[in-house]
Design a protein around this ligand. Sequence first.
Ligand SMILES: Cc1cc2nc3c(=O)[nH]c(=O)nc-3n(C[C@H](O)[C@H](O)[C@H](O)COP(=O)(O)O)c2cc1C
Length: 180
Amino acid sequence: MGELMEVIRGRRSIRRFEQEEVPQQALDAILEAVQWAPSWANTQCWEIIVVRDQAAKEKLQATLPKTNPASKAIVQAPIVLVVCGKLKSSGYYKGQVTTKHGDWFMFDLGIATQNICLAAYDQGLGTVIVGLFDHDKAKEILGLPDGYEVVAMVPVGYPAKDSPAPRRREISEFVHYEEF
Ligand SMILES: Cc1cc2nc3c(=O)[nH]c(=O)nc-3n(C[C@H](O)[C@H](O)[C@H](O)COP(=O)(O)O)c2cc1C
């Protein structure tokens, strides 16, 4: 249990990577962490695309605004995991939304993505979640069928540089007891 908190606290967004390859066993552990993520009614709406090809990574990099601090990470990291989701599944029952929040795919993919980052960190690997890019362009590059969307890209590799932990809000600033 103590180790889990160390992993949660120790994980940082990594934006500079070594060239060293990611061992298959480490990638397998990361993908297993996705497999065991919780999801709405166990719908498991995730699809993960493993991108290793340098030319493909360059195409994906071009979907990011140049100002995105993770731009270099997309081409530097040996692997980019692209987190995609099936629409109209999470949060739905018999084709109808069940809550005011509609499709819960972003929620489920968020959990799966955190599992990727924690499992990678546990394997000595660094990650950064990349959400700011042209999702339609990425969808086209990766050949997603209708009914699926690209949500995030996660470069994975050995960290070349540690980054300091950005400040967090105090627990007392966001916890409310009994009422807001
Ligand atoms: C949904 C989401 C989208 C993000 N998108 C980007 C991004 O496009 N580019 C980037 O450099 N970092 C991105 N980040 C990383 C955050 O900036 C980072 O998690 C935050 O500053 C806290 O730092 P830490 O991850 O080291 O704790 C994203 C994080 C999340 C959760």
